[in-house]
Design a protein around this ligand. Structure first.
Ligand SMILES: Cc1cc2nc3c(=O)[nH]c(=O)nc-3n(C[C@H](O)[C@H](O)[C@H](O)COP(=O)(O)OP(=O)(O)OC[C@H]3O[C@@H](n4cnc5c(N)ncnc54)[C@H](O)[C@@H]3O)c2cc1C
Length: 462
């Protein structure tokens, strides 16, 4: 059965999820139009130009062997992978003291960190990956913030120091902003703590040569004129027959599109802002749903100069703003690119600075971490907190109570409106792989017809 043949479908959002859904629907014979608010495709995937013609990933970058749908798309579009593996010593700046070591883990009490990871592993093992809101003790874990869990469960000061760095790196989250259930679910959904945290053999094994935006551009090229830029959707009105979608153009001009079905492929905090008639029965986000807080700082050098000093470029710091740095240089070493991550609460403070102050703070930090390096020739800041059409980088953060409120209806259609986006994927939630899987899932929903009758359908047929 192919219910999508000849169906008019509007896909809202040209990130990986929307582009994947659109292509699957076109292949099934649907008449697809993609409405994108920005003047570019890719959403949370975005290329940054560096010296020497190099493009760095200002947004999503890393992938691993378990990201099978993403790897398949990379292969189909003739793109190459670059190993993200680093050789050389790591650098640490903990409480103002700089050290280097062969280990990627900071020189903190290994037993204390091991104990904390064991406790986290227990939480991760107990969460139900297919329905986190039905996990044992879901009610308790969903109400408790990760910060409260830390205060209650973890005593050792080294483990307490490391925990926010770990959550910042993994989830771009301030521990006060997320529930324990969300933390455990996210870690489980991404393949477990060790897989998510690892470069070699883990979720950060590779980057896409030339930047991940090449994949989004290749997908958009296949869709051609079906993709319309500068179309921020502000209202969706449904009748029993069809759906009318309204966009607010940049110059105040409004455009309207009519369709049989809408696929909304935007982050939950942005979906919640759209005016729905009839109104949404199930919220996409609540007052405690947070946005992941990430700023990326890319520093350009004539070559990966840190390697000459036996350093990998990997650093971890408790004295921000760059909580970690990683070597993102091109594989031939023709240029040097260090990527710095500012995440969680540090990102909120950093984002509030002027552009000059951000740059000064980043350069001062690099000077402390790598005093042997000359000043970089370029410093580019990609501040995702300032991005009107993202609100959640790496992904939305489910706050206390959110999984029980939002989880059960995450993918329930609202009449003729269907949902995708990485935050609707229980597999690899928050990652590129989750975005693609959600796009595939929603396209299949329209192609095979959905047997479920959501509450909103009853409202529409009155
Ligand atoms: C700094 C950073 C680092 C990351 N690192 C990684 C990583 O290493 N590996 C990994 O796998 N993932 C990573 N991610 C996460 C990854 O980028 C996302 O999971 C994925 O790109 C989400 O895709 P999506 O299509 O669901 O959403 P998006 O990419 O957010 O796409 C949504 C689209 O909808 C558009 N839009 C929004 N509102 C409207 C509206 N009202 N009307 C029309 N269009 C609208 C947006 O402009 C956007 O193009 C990272 C993200 C960031 C920001």
């Amino acid at each position: 059965m192919n219910a999508a043949a000849g169906m008019r479908v509007l896909v809202v959002g040209a990130g990986l999820a929307g582009l994947t859904a659109a292509l699957d629907l076109v292949a099934a014979g649907a008449e697809v139009t993609v409405l994108e608010a920005r003047d570019r495709v890719g959403g949370r995937i975005h290329g940054v130009s560096m010296p020497g013609g190099v493009t760095a990933d200002g947004g999503a970058a890393y992938l691993g062997a378990r990201h099978t749908e993403l790897l398949a798309l990379v292969g189909e579009h003739g793109l190459r992978l670059v190993p993200a593996t680093m050789t050389g010593d790591s650098t640490f700046l903990l409480s103002g003291r700089r050290t280097t070591s062969a280990s990627r883990m900071p020189p903190l009490d290994a037993v204390a960190l091991g104990g904390m990871f064991d406790r986290l592993d227990e939480l991760v093992a107990d969460v139900r990956p297919d329905a986190p809101w039905q996990s044992a003790d879901a009610g308790v874990l969903d109400r408790l913030s990760a910060a409260s869990w830390l205060a209650r469960e973890i005593r050792h000061p080294d483990a307490r120091t490391f925990f926010p760095l770990f959550l910042g790196e993994m989830m771009a989250a301030d521990p006060a902003a997320i529930s324990v259930l969300h933390m455990a679910f996210y870690l489980r959904s991404g393949g477990g703590i060790r897989y998510l945290n690892a470069f070699e053999g883990g979720a950060q094994e590779w980057r896409i040569d030339g930047g991940a935006q090449l994949l989004c551009q290749a997908l958009a090229e296949r869709l051609g004129a079906r993709v319309r830029m500068g179309q921020p959707v502000c209202a969706i009105e449904q009748s029993a027959g069809d759906v009318v979608v309204q966009c607010d153009g940049a110059s105040g001009a409004r455009s309207r599109y009519r369709a049989d079905r809408v696929v909304l492929a935007v982050p939950p905090l942005l979906a919640q802002r759209i005016e729905f008639r009839p109104a949404l029965r199930a919220l996409r986000a609540t007052a405690v749903t947070g946005r992941g807080c990430a700023v990326k700082v890319q520093l350009g050098y004539p070559a990966p100069l840190w390697r000459e000093f036996g350093l990998s470029g990997w650093s971890v710091s408790t004295n921000g703003p760059l909580l970690s740095t990683v070597d993102d240089s091109p594989p031939d070493g023709s240029a040097g690119v260090l990527t710095g991550f500012v995440t969680g609460a540090a990102a909120t403070a950093f984002s509030a600075l002027s552009a000059t102050a951000q740059r000064d703070a980043a350069l001062a930090h690099i000077g402390r971490i790598f005093p042997q390096l000359p000043a970089p020739t370029q410093c580019t800041v990609t501040d995702w907190l300032a991005e009107k059409y993202s609100r959640g980088c790496y992904a939305a953060l489910f706050g206390p109570g959110d999984w029980l409120n939002l989880g059960p209806t995450l993918t329930d259609p609202h009449g003729h409106v269907h949902w995708c986006g990485t935050e609707t994927s229980l597999e690899f939630f928050g990652l590129m792989e989750g975005a693609i899987r959600s796009g595939r899932r929603v396209a299949a929903e329209l192609i095979h017809g959905d047997e479920r009758t959501p509450v909103s359908e009853k409202v529409l047929s009155r």
